[in-house]
Design a protein around this ligand. Structure first.
Ligand code: ZN
Length: 179
């Protein structure tokens, strides 16, 4: 069964999410499994619980090269509960983002290039990590979803928007040759 993902315009995407209290509960563990399937099916590199209509502070970061992001680094898909940024670089960088809730669009979004983060893993243990570049970008994008924000809110100019089709023609080819 394909997981339904809420799209821009659905007012639920704009609401803040609640802290997860019961990490080991069936409800949360099942939700994590649903999100892991959904992000894979949709060729995403991340997904947040509110995108499937569950307003809890939980998201998946799952960077891997796929048809939507051919230049993404590979990592084990990771559930992050009650995530927060502990500290961040002074430096920000603009990079291209898309969103499963905003189909067909890409935008250039400024994000911190390095962040120190804290979250609870799906096994209930507290994790602290330093994330950089693309993975740091995913974390910041997903964290915004927990506060009712989408990447379009952070795009500085409409000149920084592209359709998915133009993005693949102009940017992906570029990134792959730079690598
Ligand atoms: Zn998103």
């Amino acid at each position: 069964m394909t997981q339904q993902i809420l799209e821009l315009g659905n007012p639920e995407l704009r609401l803040p999410s609640q802290t997860v209290e019961d990490v080991m509960s069936d409800r949360i563990q099942t939700l994590i499994d649903r999100l892991l399937v959904a992000v894979k099916e949709a060729n995403g590199v991340g997904i947040a619980a509110p995108q499937v209509g569950e307003r809890v502070r939980l998201f998946i970061v799952a960077s891997r090269p796929n048809p939507r992001y051919p230049y993404a680094p590979e990592m084990e898909p990771t559930a992050m509960l009650n995530p927060r940024i502990v500290s961040h670089s002074g430096e920000t960088e603009k990079g291209w983002e898309g969103c499963l809730s905003v189909p067909g669009m890409r935008g250039l979004v400024p994000r911190y290039t390095a962040i120190e983060v804290e979250y609870t893993g799906r096994d209930g243990t507290l994790q602290r990590q330093t994330l950089t570049d693309f993975v740091a970008r995913i974390f910041q994008h997903e964290l915004d979803h927990l506060d009712g924000k989408v990447f379009l809110d952070r795009v500085e100019s409409t000149d920084d928007l592209m359709t998915e089709q133009e993005f693949h023609k102009r940017v992906v080819v570029d990134q792959l040759t730079k690598k």
